[in-house]
Ligand binder design. Sequence first.
Ligand code: C2E
Ligand code: CA
Ligand code: CA
Length: 747
Amino acid sequence: MLSIDTLGADPSYRPKLLLADDDEVSLMLIAVALRERGFDVVEAGSGERALQLLTERPVDAVVLDAMMPGRDGFETCRALRAMPGHERVPVLMLTGLDDNASISRAFDAGADDFFVKSHQWSLLAGRLHYLLRAAQTRQELERSKSKLARAQDLARMGSFDWRRSSTRNAGHFVLSPEGLRVFGLPPHGEMSLHRLLRMVPEDERHGLIEMLDEVVRTSSVVARDVSVTVVDGRQRIVHVEAEPEFNDSGYCVGYTGIVQDVTDRRVAEDRIRHLANFDALTGLPNRRQLMWRAERSLDAARRSGHQVALLMIDIDRFKVINDTLGHVAGDDLLIEVARRLRACVRHSDQVIEGTLESQGSRSHRTLEAVGRLGGDEFVALLPEVGGEADAERVAQRMLDATRDPIFVGGQECFVTASVGIALYPRDGATVADLMRNSDVAMYSVKSAGRNARALYTPHLAGRGREKLELESALHKAIERDELVLHYQPMIDVRAARMVGVEALMRWNRNGALVAPVDFIPLAEETGLIVPLSEWALREAARQAKAWQVSFGFSDPVAVNLPNRLFERSDLVEHIHQAASHYGVPHRAIKLEITETGLMRDLQNVIPSLHRLNEIGVEIAIDDFGTGYSSLAYLTTLPISEVKIDRSFVRDLGITPQSSAVVTAIIALARSLGLRVVAEGVENLRQMEVLHRLGCGVMQGYLFSRPIPPDDLEAWLKNTILPRRAPWIGQAGALDAAAEARANTLGR
Ligand code: C2E
Ligand code: CA
Ligand code: CA
C-alpha cells in the first residue's frame, strides 16, 4: 500500500480503487461517479477478475459487490485477505437495502465497511475517503510501533506491565517481545515474575524481593539495576524502571515500566571510571584519585586526631634511562618500579566513591595506596601513621625495593629514588600543602645527591620559594632589559697591551647586581640559558661596534656559552646574524666553552666547533685543568685557546702540584700551537710565576675587575696607555731580568 503515503501529502493524488460488480450498468455508473469524485477506478466484472487484477498492481482500496455469481463479494474478500500484502487494504462491501445479515457477513469476511447500494455517490465517496484516511493512520501507527520496537530492540529495552491480582499473589505480569529478548527468551516465550526472580543470583534475590514489596506497599517508583543470569547462562545487568498506576479511587492497581540490558553501558562506565581514576601505564591510582584519597584521609584524621603521611617519590635520573634505552624500556621500568612501590604499602585498589562512610571507623585505612602523578613521580599515601618514624620506615622500604636491579631493554638497570616526606598536621593542613612540602623535601634529597629520603622542615621551604621567585623573575629579566654585560680585559703582559675582553653577565635586579653564580645554574636548569646566551651574543656584538666607533677598539669579545648552545645547529647562523647586524667581522666574537661541558657532549659539540672555526670565530676552552681531559685529544679539535683555571693560578707558589699542572698545560699548549690565558691573576707573584713558565696572556683583578662598558675606554687611558700600572713596571723588570739571564748564559 505504498501509495497511501502520498494520500495526505499530495492533494492532486487520485486514490486507486478496484471496483468489482457483475452488473455491467451498476459497474459503469459507480465507476463514473467515483472518477468524478477524484478516484482512479479499475473495473472488474467478477470476483475472480478482481483477485487477478489485484495480483497485477496494488490499489489503495477495494469496493466489492456482495452479490455476484461464482465467487461472491464475501468469498472474494476472504481470498483477498489471504493474499500477502493485502491483509490491511481497506475493503468496502456493497450490500442490498437493510440486508443486516450481509452486513455482519461482510465484517466476518474481513471487510472494513459496507455501503447500501443507492445513488448517493457522494456518500460512498465520503465513506471511501474516510476508510483510506483511517487505513493511513493505522499504517503510520504500526510503522511507528515497529520503529519503537526496533529502537527498543537496539537499546536492548522492552516494556512490561504488572497488575495486582487477588487470586495470584505474584499478580499478572506481561513482558513485551523486546522485553523477553532482554532475558534471552524468544518473542513468544513465557515469562512470569517468579521465573524472572529465579534468574537473579540467590544472594541478591531476597533483597530484591524485599525491595519490591516495599515499593508496592508504598506505591513508589522503581529504578534499579538487577543482575540476572539469562536463559543461555550469560550474566547481564538489567535496569528496571517502573511507575505505579492508580485507579479512580486512588488505589494502586499495578505497574508499567521498562527493562533494559545495560551491561555494556555499565561495563563502559566502569571502564571510564577506571580511566578517570587510574593511570593507564601502571594501573596505579592517578593524581585525581590520589587527591581524592588524600582528602578523605585528612577528613578522617581531623575527626579522630591521628597523623597522615604523604611520600613524594621520584626516580633518579629517569630521563637518562629513558633517553638511552628508549621509551618502551622506560615504560617497562616505570611499570616495574610501580609494582615494587605498591608492594611496600597495604595498597588497595577497591575504593568506590561514596561507599567509604558506611564502612566504619577504621575504613580510612583502605585509602592507603601508591599512585602515579605522571612521568617518574609517584606518591604514597599513608592514611594513619604513629609519627615520622613510621613514614620513614616505609620510605626506606621503597628505597630498598627500587635498588634491586631491574632488567629492561635487554639490560640490567640500577635505579635509585629520592623520597620526600610530609606529615599531617605538622607539615601542612591541606592536601595541597602536603603535596608541595613533600615535593620540597624530595628536592632537597635530589640536591644533596639523590638516593635517600628526607623529612620536610620549614627551613627547606624558604629555599624552595626563593628559587621559584628567582625563576619567575629571571623569565622577565630579558624583556625588562635587566641583564647587563661587564667586561674584563685580557692582557698581554709583556707588551702591556689589551688583547681582548671577556663578557661576564650580571643581572640588575631591583637596583642590585646579581652575580652569575646566583642565576646561571638556575638558567641552565630551566632552559632559560638559551635566550640568555642569545642575548649575550647580540649584546657583545653591539658593544664591540660601539667601542670601535668611539675609540677604535678591534679586539675580540669573549662570550661564555654553555655546551647546550654548541649543540644547537643554528648557533653559527645566530652569530653570523648578530655580527652582520651590527657590522662587525665574525672574529670580533670569541666563544668560551668549559672543559667539562665540552667533554660531556663531545660528539654533539664538534660539528659546531668546526663550522665556527670555518667562519673565523675562535674558541677558547674555559676552566681548563678541571676536567682531566686528555690533552692530546685537543689536537683533534678546532680550538685556539686554553684558559688555565683560576684554582691553579690561586695556588701558584703555594702548592707544588698547581705549578706542576700549570707547567704541563703551558708546555703542551705551546707544542700544540694554542694560546694560553691564565685567569684569576690577583697579585704580582702569580703574574711573575706565570710569566716565567711561559704564559703571556693574563686576566684578573690585578689588571682589572670586570667593569661596565662605559668604563673601558677610561681604564685604557688611565692604566695601559700611560704605562702607569704597577704591574707594567714589574713586567718590564721581568723582561730585563730574563734578558740579563740569557745574556749571562750566552756568554
Ligand atoms: P668564568 O667564565 O670562569 O669567568 C671568570 C670569573 O672569574 C668571573 O666571575 C670573573 O669575575 C672572575 N674573576 C676574574 N678575575 C678574577 C680574579 O682575579 N680573582 C677572582 N677570584 N675572580 C676573578 P663571574 O663574573 O662571577 O662569573 C662566574 C662564572 O659565571 C663565569 O666563570 C662563567 O662560567 C659564568 N658566566 C658569566 N657570564 C656568563 C655568560 O654570559 N654566560 C654564561 N653561560 N656563563 C657566564
Ligand atoms: Ca669564561
Ligand atoms: Ca674560567
